[in-house]
Design a binder for this molecule. Structure first.
Ligand SMILES: [Zn+2]
Length: 240
């Protein structure tokens, strides 16, 4: 258990200034602040200060697992799209020497070389998924201000069905790369797996505009909570 050491006077001031609603809004949020949540986590030497604490519900505090708001450690980018979308091609011009890329497709290729496994066994596919998830969660708690690029198709997994909601809550830079359903289904027609994922993808009706609208709403909330300044949020965004 994390020790709760926040002095009552600081907690009172946090609630007076920022309110007692849960600030995180992760999937499953109960909305009511029940715990003191450190914006810069304890594990990163985050302080017990009015600036560094917001109220969070128990559920969000636990499911955040020390992942930080994008920019409070690593800058988090997500590039997603249906099977056949060139996610790496979209990210590449924006990568710097120090960028870290966590690509689901590359992990799949590493674990299931095509020549070796024309139809990768389910266990290996699951292993690639777990490797992606572990790398993501580890990097999302990083203390260093590195650029992390997450590349994958569906913004969900069996264990984390609402990943996109988590990314919006934590204010990630999110890009949707969709070459169009005609292209995607034509390319996937001989690959049962790709077809299944393409169907799942288009059932989500994900568009850049819809994602941008959600991110804008979330950022307005973060500005109100004193966690973003409107200008800084705009200026340290990557150009797409
Ligand atoms: Zn919550």
């Amino acid at each position: 258990m994390r020790r709760q050491t926040v002095p009552p006077a600081i907690r009172r001031e946090v609630i007076r200034r920022w309110g007692n609603d849960c600030w995180l809004h992760l999937p499953g949020c109960t909305r009511v602040g029940e715990e003191d949540d450190h914006i810069v986590p304890w594990s990163h030497s985050g302080r017990d200060s009015v600036d560094n604490i917001r109220r969070a519900c128990k559920h969000c505090n636990a499911s955040r697992q020390d992942r930080v708001l994008s920019g409070y450690g690593p800058n988090m980018h997500v590039v997603m799209g249906p099977p056949g979308a060139d996610l790496m091609g979209a990210a590449e011009p924006r990568l710097s020497r120090d960028s870290i890329v966590v690509s689901h497709a590359d992990l799949m290729r590493a674990l299931c070389p095509e020549g070796l496994y024309p139809a990768p066994p389910a266990a290996l596919r699951a292993a690639a998924g777990s490797a992606w998830d572990a790398a993501y969660r580890r990097l999302a708690k990083s203390r260093a201000p590195v650029d992390v690029w997450l590349l994958r198709t569906l913004p969900m997994s069996r264990t984390h069905p609402r990943m996109l909601d988590e990314w919006v809550a934590l204010d990630y830079d999110i890009r949707v790369i969709d070459p169009g359903a005609d292209y995607v289904f034509d390319r996937a027609r001989l690959d049962a797996d790709a077809l299944r994922v393409a169907r799942q993808w288009y059932a989500l009706h994900l568009t850049q505009d819809a994602v941008d609208a959600r991110l804008a709403a979330r950022r307005a909330e973060l500005v109100r909570l004193g966690l973003r300044s409107a200008e800084a949020a705009a200026s340290n965004r990557i150009e797409w």
